[in-house]
Ligand binder design. Sequence first.
Ligand code: MTE
Ligand code: MO
Length: 230
Amino acid sequence: MAEERQGPLPPGQSGAPLRRFGLPQFAAVRPVVPDRPVITVGGTVRAPMQVAVAEVLALPGRRSAQRSDLHCVTTWSATGLEWGGVPFAAVHEWLAQRVEPHPKCAWVVFTGLDGYRSCLRLDDALADDVLLADTLHGEPLSPDEGAPVRLVVPAHYGYKSVRHVCAVEYRTRYDSGSVGWIGHRRARISHEERGPLLPGWVWRPVWRGMIPGVRRRYARFDGRPRRFGA
Ligand SMILES: Nc1nc2c(c(=O)[nH]1)N[C@H]1C(S)=C(S)[C@@H](COP(=O)(O)O)O[C@H]1N2
Ligand SMILES: [Mo]
């Protein structure tokens, strides 16, 4: 176990339980998790490929566990989450030998089965605490928790922690992804990078104001059957 948070939450955050949450346009998409999920690896690479999630999770000697917090940019934080999985750095090392990303690739885009996309600077994605997780508190992830695997990026706001990862693309440029212009390229919590141009504290009320509407929208779809995503 690593990364145990002690002391107060980061500025502007307050505690909340982990519940399905995200951009409003993804509330209706609760994807069916395939029996044999795969990850499509592409972008600016020499040899795109598909790899079974099971193969990635079985990388020899690479499993790791971590206790960390998820800080959503809208100002709620879920604390003490115990994730298990494989560090993305180990996955990248294995993948890069096979797909051969262009040497100028400095960004990586993750896509979920619901069609949600988010971009990380490659060096941020390779930090020790970035995990492709398949368990939470010792149990396999439920679909609503992001099965079959989700990214866990504790040092960055929650919109970088893509659930249901089904594609990894290496890119030479930043891609604003699903969050669009309102997102931050890096979204580091330590720098309160909540959005472009303005300091983080200015963004707090903007984001916080979105919570009730988003919660209502997710709640409306939580009781409904799953359907295949985009
Ligand atoms: N696939 C997918 N991943 C996603 C999102 C989403 O809508 N779809 N929302 C992001 C946002 S904004 C947050 S705060 C976290 C929330 O994680 P939770 O749904 O487990 O609470 O998921 C992130 N990952
Ligand atoms: Mo979020």
